[in-house]
Write a protein that binds this ligand. Structure first.
Ligand SMILES: Nc1ncnc2c1ncn2[C@@H]1O[C@H](COP(=O)(O)OP(=O)(O)OP(=O)(O)O)[C@@H](O)[C@H]1O
Ligand SMILES: [Mg+2]
Length: 385
């Protein structure tokens, strides 16, 4: 649905004639029809510039941008304006007209496309119902909560029945609960209208809740890109690291520490108890979780395996898990969890494999909180609301 090849966009820094900022530096991107694709990256990585090149609010210096099979870089101004009707956009700060009501804001998007007054009225009512704002048509933006304002933004973006929705940090200004309700709405629209969504965000919850594909952007380039389910299995993936932070030591004396990723149906196999039982070994979970993502079920753990761990690693791989050595930089030096395992520290000595002291591992280590000594706390999960 969206196909970008070799996209490059450079800005000339104001005041310094010779300095150029390369905002987007050769990006290739394919977003399939009906996909929800998230672009992640730090401030200044070039995310907004990339998005603004997709609807040609910024003209790329190089490369091609095609949406729904139409090459946008080749269009003249009039045709581009028409093509833009097929691309809705929502913004972090909503960008509503404060002098117009909710209905007026949504209608505005239709006025510029030349829809008749009667048709506008019907369509606005339809849109407000779609985003859960029926009954608020006559309110002004100043009378709405942030979440409601964003719903107006979404209704306006969908007015011309676009097939593609672009979202630039649409939930960054919202609290977690409101973020959740907006994400649910976006997912619902994606499913009901078959809408293709390209969004940029710095929030991992957004990726967790709605993205099936993602890219990590740095210094104008994609450093990884693809289906979230696949990226999780890629050794060294930044997305995997951020979605499943494993705050735990990367080495344990006498044991082999590995990072293990499972996805899809494999995430629901009792893999750890299986490997422990089959090989008659103790498997220690240093950190990790299994979660339900938009991309499917997935789990990641950092495990300490006895000895060289070879048999366990072989077994885990044979059951579809990806196993890799933890990245050294993931050990945030000086973190409490890491500190107590540094070689030569008193704590480290008591941790040799098989020693009775091993049970006391978790004491004081936040990474292992759920395995704390003696009497683990057990409770029944709450029903999801
Ligand atoms: N209109 C502009 N003129 C000059 N430089 C610009 C312009 N827009 C963006 N830049 C520069 O291009 C780079 C990428 O900016 P961009 O806004 O795309 O980043 P971003 O990833 O969206 O950041 P943020 O997360 O803070 O929104 C930055 O160095 C920025 O200063
Ligand atoms: Mg931005």
């Amino acid at each position: 649905m969206i196909e970008i090849k070799g996209l490059r966009k450079t800005y000339r820094a104001k005041g310094r004639r010779d300095r150029e900022v390369v905002a987007v530096d050769g990006v290739d991107l394919t977003v399939g029809e009906g996909d929800v694709f998230g672009v992640l990256g730090r401030s200044g990585a070039g995310k907004s510039t990339l998005l603004r090149c997709v609807n040609m609010l910024e003209r790329p210096d190089e490369g091609s941008v095609s949406v729904g099979g139409v090459e946008l870089t080749a269009l003249n101004r009039r045709r581009l304006r028409l093509a833009r009707h097929g691309i809705g956009m929502i913004h972090q700060h909503f960008a509503l007209l404060s002098s117009r009501t909710v209905a007026g804001n949504v209608a505005f998007a239709l006025e510029v496309t030349g829809v008749s007054r009667a048709e506008r009225r019907t369509r606005v009512a339809e849109l407000l119902e779609l985003v859960g704002l029926d009954g608020r048509a006559d309110a002004y933006p100043s009378q709405l909560s942030g979440g409601q304002k964003q719903r107006v933004g979404i209704a306006r973006a969908l007015a011309a029945r676009p097939k593609v929705l672009l979202s630039d940090e649409a939930t960054s200004a919202l609290d977690p609960e409101t973020t959740d309700s907006i994400l649910r709405l976006l997912l619902d629209l994606n499913r009901r209208l078959g809408l293709t969504v390209l969004l940029i965000t710095h929030e991992m919850t957004v990726v967790k809740r709605i993205c099936r594909s993602a890219a990590v952007m740095r210094d104008g380039r994609f450093v990884e890109s693809g289906a979230v389910a696949d990226l999780l299995h890629q050794p060294g993936s930044e997305l995997a690291r951020d979605l499943f932070p494993l705050d735990a030591p990367v080495s344990v004396p006498g044991q082999t520490v590995v990072d293990v990723t499972v996805g899809g149906e494999d995430a629901d196999v009792p893999l750890l108890s299986e490997v422990s039982r089959r090989l008659d070994i103790d498997v220690q979970v240093l950190a990790g979780s299994v979660e339900t993502l938009a991309a499917g079920r997935a789990g990641r753990w950092r495990l300490a395996l006895p000895g060289d761990g070879a048999a366990a690693i072989h077994y885990l791989r044979s059951r579809g898990a990806s196993v890799s050595t933890p990245p050294v930089d993931s050990l945030s030096a000086g973190s409490p969890a890491a500190g107590s395992f540094s070689a030569g520290s008193p704590a480290a000595g008591s941790f040799s494999a098989g020693s009775p002291a091993a049970g006391s591992f978790s004491a004081g280590s936040p990474a292992a909180g759920s395995f704390s000594a003696g009497s683990p706390a057990v409770s029944t999960p709450e029903e999801p609301s």
